[in-house]
Design a protein around this ligand. Structure first.
Ligand code: F6R
Length: 357
């Protein structure tokens, strides 16, 4: 039930701090640390390469999950769009593990890959919000998102839940290999939940940004480097699917290789700056587009902020920044769609779960 909320999407955005805390509680062990079923950890750590398979928003979560697993557990990861993998399978490593990320657990494109890799005798883990879903039943292992039902077509809380569960899986796998993280993930995820709460209390600010940048525009670009690039891809997908603004996410350094030709006077550019090691370079990219007339909206993180930034996120652990950085993008998309008179919860041409290939 959406209760007093005008839309499920807004309710589900607001549930993110709670869902993050619930995930911490569900994966906590008696000593206050985190835990994942031993056979799943064993499956992860005995793979020579992990293949993440997903679609849409879940694919965007996979791109960030790759960073967690590679940086912490030191296992190479490839992330694939399910529909492409299915018809153009890459050369596989000798001992792969497949991770299917799917909110619904019913996406036909992902299922088709699962059927193919099971025929080849490979192991699969499904990360899903729906216990008993097809992808969960047909995989060897399941990790649940515990996000509660997601009704709005645009995925919000499932995405941040996917990131939280992927971070936990990567951290536990790293620990089991004797490569403990340099920080306390449970504590840092708690700080993320608090930051999400602060962000959800800043709706007026997000509405103002939506009105300022997206009231009448036909297109918009999201740029970022490193994980900010992946968050930008998700921000662009949210905006286009519910507001019908043509939006694209780009790696900061890639725009000048062609797409910069599209920048006109007033073209909105949402730039993310949450990562210290690429802060200078992304700001250089913003200058390049501003010189061509773009209207920049820089969203940075406290500690990296500069005077002209439009919005500053509370400070959280840098590697977990995507969990907070996506929240303003979700809210801005929501208000952009609302003010353009779109059906926020049921955008045209889309279904909540895509059960055809
Ligand atoms: C976007 C969105 C879709 C889904 C995609 C995969 O907001 O909801 O892009 O993420 O269809 O769905 P699942 O995760 O159910 O496999």
């Amino acid at each position: 039930e959406k209760g007093t909320y005008p839309h499920y999407m807004l309710k589900e955005i607001d549930e993110q701090p709670l869902v993050t805390r619930k995930i911490i509680a569900k994966y906590r062990n008696e000593d206050g640390g985190i835990t994942v079923d031993a056979d799943i950890v064993e499956a992860v750590n005995s793979a020579d390469r992990i293949y993440i398979i997903a679609a849409g928003t879940s694919y965007h979560a996979g791109l960030i999950g790759k960073q967690f697993i590679e940086n912490w557990a030191k296992i190479p990861v490839e992330v694939h769009i399910a529909s492409e993998f299915s018809y153009n399978m890459p050369l596989l490593s000798p001992n792969p593990l497949f991770i299917f990320i799917s909110q619904s657990g019913e996406t036909a494109d992902s299922r088709s890959v699962l059927v193919q890799i099971k025929e080849l005798g490979h192991k699969a883990l499904t990360i899903t919000n729906v216990p008993g879903s097809t992808l969960s039943r047909e995989a060897d292992y399941t990790l649940l998102l515990h996000a509660g039902p997601e009704i709005a077509v645009a995925s919000t809380k499932a995405y941040t839940a996917q990131l939280a569960v992927l971070s936990i899986l990567a951290a536990v796998a790293a620990e089991a290999k004797g490569q403990s993280l340099e920080f306390d993930l449970t504590k840092e995820l708690g700080i993320v939940a608090n930051a999400m709460e602060v962000l959800c209390d800043q709706k007026e600010e997000m509405e103002a940004i939506a009105k300022e940048f997206f009231a009448t525009t036909r297109n918009a670009f999201f740029i970022g480097r490193s994980v900010d690039y992946y968050v930008g891809l998700e921000g662009a997908l949210k905006l286009k699917e519910i507001s019908y603004i043509q939006a694209e996410g780009f790696a900061g350094g890639e725009l000048k290789h062609g797409t910069i030709a599209l920048i006109e006077n007033g073209t909105p550019i949402i730039a993310l700056a949450t990562q210290e090691h690429v802060n200078l370079s992304i700001r250089g990219n913003v200058k390049e587009v501003v010189a061509r007339g773009a209207n920049p909206c820089i969203i940075s993180m406290k500690g990296l902020e500069e005077e002209d930034d439009r919005f500053v996120l509370p400070s959280i652990h840098e590697e977990l920044a995507p969990l907070a950085a996506v929240v303003p993008l979700q809210l801005i998309s929501y208000y952009a769609a609302l003010h353009r008179g779109c059906d926020v919860d049921k955008p045209r041409n889309l279904a909540k779960s895509v059960t055809v290939e």
